[in-house]
Design a protein around this ligand. Sequence first.
Ligand SMILES: Nc1ncnc2c1ncn2[C@@H]1O[C@H](COP(=O)(O)OP(=O)(O)OP(=O)(O)O)[C@@H](O)[C@H]1O
Length: 769
Amino acid sequence: MTNNSELEHLDEKKIEQDHLDEVIGIVKQTEQKLQEHIDIAQEDLEVINDAFDDIHVGMDGDSISFDAALSIHQQQQMLDERNNSWQQNRQRMDVLKRLEKTPYFARLDFQEKGETKRETIYIGMSSLTDGNDHFLIYDWRAPISSIYYDGNLGEVHYQSPDGDQEVDLFLKRQFLIENGKITSYFDTQETIGDQMLLEVLDEKSSTHMKGIVKTIQKEQNKIIRNTKSKLLFVQGAAGSGKTSAILQRIAYLLYRYRGNLTSSQVVMFSPNMLFNDYIKDVLPEMGEQNMVQMTFIQYVARRLPHLQVETLAEKFEHDDNQKRKQFSKFVSDNEFFKVLTNYSELLNQSGMSFRNLKFQGKVFISKEKIAEIYYSFGPQYNLGNRLDATVERLTKMLHRKIGSEMRSKWVAERVENLSQEELQAMYRTSDQEFKNGDQEQKFLARQIVTKMMQKVYNQIVHFRFINVSANYLHFLQAVPKIADLKVFDVTEEQWDDYVQEFIDGMNNKRISINNITPYLYLYDLVTGKHGELDMKFVFIDEIQDYTPFQLAYLKYNFPRARYTMLGDLNQSIFTKKNSQTLLSEVQKMFNADETKVVQLTHSYRSTKQITDYTKSILTNGQTIEPFNRNGDLPNVLMADNKSTSIKQVISQLQKNDQKNYTSAIITKTLEEAEALQKDLLQENVKATLIKSENQRLAAGTIVLPSYLAKGLEFDAVIVWDASKGKFDEDEQQLIYTITSRAMHRLTVTAIGELSHLLQRVPEKYYTVE
Ligand SMILES: Nc1ncnc2c1ncn2[C@@H]1O[C@H](COP(=O)(O)OP(=O)(O)OP(=O)(O)O)[C@@H](O)[C@H]1O
């Protein structure tokens, strides 16, 4: 028997479904109108294109009349405009198609302060108006929508363009809608009801990340809508939604600053390429274009195309050595950044190295001559304009050289022997006239010499006459004199080895990750580069893997940008930095009143059981609060030997399969991942090996090394071979990162004895088989 409240609920559901049907009807009408526009625009484009072809046909030979040129220009402009609006319409159509399935996910009933009328609004992925400009759906990023994420019922505030607004909120309703049908709805008192969040988090993982617009949490909303801070620093536990929050933040910023901000003025530095692929759908699904996305290594390496940069795998394995760790610490410190900055100032007086400028294999301007020119400018010059002045002087010398070279014998001979086609190619117009033969001869000689000299000119304007590697080497050699090595526990002999390593690398056209950033920074200082002034927002994910040097360099490169840095200081697998130091070092680079630090402590990715387990691995970790979603206890599979361990993995994979969980087997190193995948194959178990960050995640079981697992998540994770002696004490963060990738199920395998890092976890948090 149904009671009254259930009946009311049914009635209410029907009313909501009717409203939904009505909105979907309007979405469809809007689609139809838009389609007509698109069709017309398409026809227009074809007409313009045809006209364009006619003009081309009308051109006679190489010359083109002024009228035709003008016409082409106008047509081109028209074409660009139409193309643009055509593209915008297509994008809008994609958004409407999505709205047709799920127009909105929430309803708010409220009354603005000072108003007498109650209002009801619906919130969705994008706004939609009816014919009378009345909003049927509000974009989730609109100012009013923020009360959905921020407030409990009752008095709530939100920021509008006119300042702080107060409303009285009566009702907050969340919908689950599938293909135009309301499957369920909840009225909630709290910010975002746990029930809705549970439903979302219980879903299975996929090879691509999903948006979280419907269930953004209050703390996350603060990150998303922050527009004031120059530095927004987010410390968040594994799985607390840092990455999700920044992607929504980018969508928010693109909406909020529409017209003044394009996706090319937003750059995101991500931990590896695999991760870029993982998140690539989130923004397009919100109707926005992806930002510029790259890894730090890509950013620096693209400027040195002739050098091979150490890979992540190499760096990970090299740093296993204690001596290297010590160097890495020194050369990645803020102090080292200062030492290098100071060194560059000395170069203003002396010490810059140059290369000879050559022409046809012979020295044309010697490096000594260049040095003389460079230091002929007074002390009022800085490095940047000293170089500019040198370029100017060298260019003048080049012009003089062209003048004298034109009179040389080889040029006269070359002119004599020019074929008809070569001549035509040299004349400005096919009927170029000359006063006399002498003038024509001069003109041609200049053309020939200028062309030959073009290479030298390019070398000058691209600063090829600066010997960057010699300069950097001098700097490294000078370090013991200008910095206190003892502070960093490095002896002079050890430093000499480090310098030698750089020289050996260079001889083989290789450079280490440690050297590449200081190398480029010195180059930028010498060339007076001002950085990319146009970049407005810089996002850095997994900040704990950046060194203070790299961060200082990014700041130098994007001097006008606002920074959002996110990370989990518990997951520093490359820098192994102590959490607080990194934060305080970063904060020093910005004014305190322009900095905001936000902590996200709730972990949403994993079940309560997994989070309880993973957080016990950390001895002095940041606060982590599990979200109350239940699952199995993590299980530890102990074996006496490797082949038993492999059998255990296979049987676990089968159990995971039964639950439809995709599994990832995470090994410590790449070598182990490769060996394990082969062993599995021998047993007829297929798994995709992810061995480089340039691959894509595949469906089905995958095997990957720890450092590529950053930022990713999987239904089930099997940690391979967490045996005794496998992980050092300072690798807690690494094992924490690996285990915290699991959403629903976590398995750990070990041979002989379990790693002491995992023996710390209280026994009540796992089972042993
Ligand atoms: N508000 C939310 N609503 C729904 N799902 C959420 C929310 N916040 C986070 N999640 C989910 O939690 C998981 C972890 O989020 P995300 O990867 O953004 O966390 P992270 O802090 O970047 O993690 P890590 O540092 O471990 O890489 C994702 O599946 C994400 O969809």
